[in-house]
Design a protein. Structure first.
Lengths: 305, 453
């Protein structure tokens, strides 16, 4: 029987592999690369619905958003600042929360399966309208958080209607959905050799010391991966600031992330040249940030090899 | 080594743009396919042939409007068995974004309900939508039901891009229960000063968490300022040459109105209410707000959520002593257009004619799109003798001297300049003079972006 199975085994050549890759490659070309290049072409034109011919403006759209005094320029730079604040707020927050929960869930506790599922569920819910309504119910003026604070005699806080706190509320929504990052950490934690902990215990190392001198260094490649993907996702955040505040990106420009700016220019104003230019600036920023993280990663990321 | 770096960079680039391209494609649009497809017999029978073709009709609105419009479609199909109409409808929120995407992809529905300002936004040269004076259209759509002035409102570059459905304006409506408890008669509140006094009286009686009006919202705040400045100066905010029509001092006076509202308990600051200011707003329903200023066509939705809808009274626009203008700013409530790419312009035109002027269609639609403007539709509408607050509200501004709202004031970037600053005053992030200076410095440049040399 075993011999028969072996006989049926087919060896695939590299050309077969490419054959299987074709659908993926076509998808990448049509749905990723082409829009990517097309967006760059559009960014060089003043292109608007209802206007007869797009006008070639070179890098004029880039100049307008980066240095111009028009609302496009002012708001783009505002949104850039807001986006950086959001990234610096969200990425460490999600990283720390996810790692902490994963660390706890890595212990052999009773009913651990239930807790793992419970912590993962918010990630499945995504950034839908229903979640936005839930978040308003939690952080609204008459919401759950203020009701809780009221128990201690603390006056209600306008979490979502004050520029200073609205971004934090949006950031907490992302932090609440830490399940995927937590799972990746959990899987990394489970791959840390137990013998290292045993040796450390024999040498008298406490749990916290084991965590910082064994666990963290060994999972640094996973931390790097999570930082990169969290950062890219944070730069691209859309649903939270679009759905949760009373006005998308509001109050004022306090939650006007880059993607909201791009969306408003393109689909509310029909100004595709500006939107495309802003998209490319966002791409370049993500690229630079990623390269920098990679460049400095050799100082703190440890690979087994 | 160099090769490895180049490859690594290429891979990184690839990964990044794959990650960067991830998006979201939620949609809240309802598409109903093929309500009653014509039978083969009907198509083959020359007596029943008449109009033939399949068209898509799109609109935004509430459930009432959806049901009424679908009933009109069914009636039209019943009379034109060779026609199939596919309805596409949804709520207003996000509808403009959908239209933008459709226009970009040249896939708009054949018959489109449009917001007034979308004509100039999407069709500044009069080329995006079909010219409704095209003989294929006028053979079915009787344009003599509108006056030349009415049709001029929906022309861009001299080309008729749509037909207006009715006129609308933002109308104040006040709750007698809130005002009367504070010893006020809503019928005695005419001027801005009286409104300020009412705000103080309401807070003195009800406490600091009850206000004469709702927070209004960005757009409604701006409308208040436009009205106030027109009454004060007799001039519209933007003139016929697309120029800002007020001095810095006048703008400051206009913006001071919002600060006065805040200081006199007329409206709360932005931190007071974290819910959207709409008909479902919990504080409006619970009685924290003594009134709102909203589109006349939405009145039924606003009062429908109250425990006692009969406490609401529609009021004329607030005014001032020596006002040079009524302050009513009216505009076409909505416009029907026909897509440039439609294969069946005759069917589209015939359907519009039926929906807007047929007696049965008018009876079905009632006030779901406000009060009809076209003479045939209006005659049928008047014959219905409806008892509806929308009709009373429309009568208020219809019988007053109104100024047609400049469509440029609804362009998103123009609105952004003005409304963001008014919101900043309401949130306490900006002083009146800072806000006025910002608008004075930046508005014209934003208007100019839409002008053709």
């Amino acid at each position: 029987m075993c011999d028969q199975m072996k006989k049926k085994k087919v060896r695939l050549s590299s050309s077969d592999a490419y054959l299987y890759l074709i659908p993926f490659i076509i998808g990448i070309l049509v749905f990723r690369l082409m829009p990517f290049i097309e967006a760059f072409r559009i960014s060089l034109f003043q292109e608007r619905i209802g206007w007869p011919e797009p006008v070639f403006v070179g890098f004029g759209n880039f100049e307008e958003i980066l240095f111009g005094e028009s609302m496009n320029g002012v708001l783009f730079r505002d949104s850039l600042a807001v986006t950086f604040r959001y990234v610096f707020l969200t990425v460490p927050l999600v990283l720390v929360v996810a790692l902490f929960i994963a660390f706890i869930l890595n212990f052999k506790l009773k009913g651990i399966g239930f807790f793992r599922t419970a912590f993962y569920i918010p990630s499945i819910l995504g950034g839908s309208v229903s979640i936005a309504i839930l978040w308003r119910a939690v952080w609204g003026n008459q919401g759950l958080v203020n009701a809780f604070l009221g128990v201690f005699g603390i006056d209600p806080v306008g979490w979502m209607v004050q520029g200073g706190t609205a971004l934090i509320v949006i950031s907490l929504l992302r932090a609440w959905q830490f399940g995927s990052v937590m799972l990746i950490f959990l899987s990394a934690l489970q791959n840390v050799p137990l013998t290292l902990y045993e040796a450390a215990s024999i040498d008298g190392a406490k749990k916290w010391r084991q965590f910082f001198t064994i666990t963290i260094p060994i999972i640094t490649p996973t931390i790097l991966f999570n930082i990169i993907q969290l950062m890219v996702a944070a730069f691209q955040e859309f649903n939270g600031p679009f759905l949760v505040p009373t006005t998308p990106g509001g109050p004022g420009t306090s939650t006007l992330l880059l993607n909201i700016f791009i969306y408003q220019r393109a689909f509310e104003q029909g100004n595709f040249g500006i939107a495309a230019a802003a998209s490319w600036v966002m791409f370049v920023l993500i690229m630079i940030a990623t390269l920098m993280i990679f460049k400095f990663s050799n100082k703190w990321v440890f690979y087994n090899d | 080594m160099q090769k490895k770096n180049v490859l690594g960079f290429a891979l990184l680039t690839g990964i990044l743009f794959i990650l960067a391209a991830c998006g979201n494609g939620d949609s809240d649009v309802t598409v109903e396919p093929d309500p009653t497809a014509p039978t083969d017999a009907a198509i083959e029978d020359p007596n029943l042939m008449g109009l033939q073709g399949t068209i898509r009709v799109s609109w935004w609105g509430n459930e009432g409007r959806h049901d009424a419009t679908k009933a009109v479609i069914d009636l039209f199909i019943e009379e034109n068995p060779g026609v199939t109409i596919l309805p596409e409808y949804g709520v207003f929120e996000g509808w403009q974004d959908r239209i933008t995407a459709d226009l970009l992809a040249n896939s708009t529905s054949d018959v489109i309900q449009l917001n007034f300002n979308w004509l100039t936004l999407f069709s500044p040269f009069g080329t995006t939508f079909m010219d409704l004076e095209d003989p294929r259209i006028t053979a079915y759509l009787d344009l003599s039901n509108w006056t030349a002035d009415e049709l001029n409102m929906t022309r861009t570059n001299g080309i008729l891009q749509g037909v207006p459905v009715g006129m609308t304006a933002r109308v104040p409506f006040l709750r007698t229960d809130i005002y009367e408890a504070a010893g006020l008669d809503v019928h005695e509140i005419h001027t801005w000063e009286e409104l300020m006094a009412a705000g103080n009286a309401i807070q003195a009686y009800h406490g600091n968490d009850v206000f004469a009006l709702s927070p209004l919202g960005r757009q409604s705040l701006a409308y208040m300022v436009y009205s106030y400045l027109e009454q004060l100066t007799g001039r519209p905010f933007i003139d016929d040459d697309f120029e800002l029509n007020h001095t810095l001092e006048e703008l400051t006076q206009g913006f001071q109105l919002i600060q006065d509202f805040l200081d006199n308990g007329v409206i709360p600051d932005l931190q007071f209410d974290s819910d959207p200011i709409n008909a479902q707003n919990p504080l409006w329903i619970s009685g924290a707000y003594g009134g709102v200023s909203e589109w006349d066509s939405s009145i039924n939705a606003w009062i429908g959520n109250l425990e006692s809808p009969d406490v609401v009274r529609i009021r004329p626009h607030f005014t001032m002593d020596g006002a040079l203008n009524s302050g009513w700013l009216s505009r076409p409530s909505m416009v029907w257009g026909i897509a440039q790419h439609t294969e069946y312009p005759e069917v589209a035109a015939a359907f519009l004619e039926f929906m807007l002027t047929d007696q049965r269609a008018v009876e079905i639609l009632q006030t779901d799109r406000g009060v009809p403007m076209n003479t045939a539709g209006r005659a049928h509408f008047d014959a219905l003798n409806l008892d509806n607050l929308v009709i009373d509200a429309v009568a208020l501004h219809q019988n007053a001297e109104t100024v047609t709202f400049h469509p440029m004031l609804e362009f998103p970037n123009v609105r952004e300049v003005i409304e963001s600053r008014l919101e900043a005053i309401q949130s306490g992030e900006s002083t009146v003079s800072e806000a006025a200076q910002f608008v004075y410095n930046n508005l014209q440049a934003e208007i100019n972006q839409h002008l053709v040399d």
